[in-house]
Design a protein around this ligand. Structure first.
Ligand SMILES: Nc1ncnc2c1ncn2[C@@H]1O[C@H](COP(=O)(O)OP(=O)(O)O)[C@@H](O)[C@H]1O
Ligand SMILES: [Mg+2]
Length: 233
């Protein structure tokens, strides 16, 4: 771990889904240092996506603190939290969540519309998107294609470019490689890491796939940070 203040700290976080007594997440402490590449491993249903939603602030813990880049997001209003997320976090969703009928270029540029600080870091948006595509191994003509017409592996690279553009300090990825074969997976991770390093972004990925472990600086088991179980009624 490096000595700089953590980019992400969760402390004494407790969460249960409203109306659901069958699942509760309880995290005493979980920290990620700047520019670390951390893999959080846990089986399906162990709460990985729930944990990422807490970090993104799309759901709010019933108690505890979730600090991203020094700000406790649990203390922000919903609107401020949305802007904060757009600025600070690049998200790669499990299903990528691209706009299928929009061009690859428009998909990649989308987060900049909601994040003026990220936008300000990109002098020439189209050129930056083009360079990201090239660096992530997408063909030259991909930028003008409708995102929905690309292969799964290519869509994943577009999702990565969209997360990286404007260099948000934290990149979060929810099992983004699960649809890929091992060789494509490993190439994708290598390219993603190279770009994250170029942008000084920290990377937190969750997965059930222990084979990804060798690629990361640190591997954390969900069961070591999270106590899951039945929520108190
Ligand atoms: N939107 C939701 N509403 C209610 N319960 C949910 C919701 N999303 C997930 N859960 C429940 O939370 C638990 C953990 O799920 P999840 O965080 O998706 O795990 P993982 O990503 O590790 O597979 C499961 O019991 C799941 O049914
Ligand atoms: Mg999940």
């Amino acid at each position: 771990m490096n000595a700089a203040p953590a980019i992400l700290t969760l402390s004494d976080v407790k969460y249960r889904w409203p109306g659901r007594a069958s699942f509760a997440l309880d995290i005493t402490e979980f920290c990620v240092a700047p520019q670390e590449r951390v893999l959080l491993l846990g089986e399906s249903g162990s709460g990985k996506s729930t944990l990422l939603s807490l970090i993104c602030g799309t759901i709010t813990a019933q108690s505890g603190r979730v600090c991203v880049a020094g700000t406790d997001i649990t203390s922000l209003s919903a609107g401020t939290r949305d802007s904060f997320r757009a600025e600070q976090i690049g998200l790669i969703f499990q299903q990528f969540n691209l706009l299928p009928y929009a061009s690859v270029l428009d998909n990649i540029l989308l987060p900049l519309r909601f994040a003026p600080q990220r936008r300000a870091r990109v002098a020439a948006p189209s050129e930056t998107a083009r360079a990201l595509c090239a660096n992530l191994g997408l063909p030259d003509d991909a930028l003008t294609a409708q995102a929905g017409t690309l292969s799964v592996g290519q869509q994943q690279r577009v999702a990565a470019a969209r997360a990286l553009i404007g260099a948000p300090p934290l990149i979060i990825a929810d099992e983004p490689t699960s649809a890929l074969d091992a060789a494509t997976q490993s190439t994708f991770l290598k390219l993603l890491f190279e770009q994250a390093s170029t942008f000084n972004s920290t990377l937190l990925m969750v997965s059930h796939d222990a084979r990804l472990a060798e690629h990361f600086d640190r591997v954390v088991q969900m069961s070591d940070v999270v106590q899951t179980g039945r929520a108190a009624a």
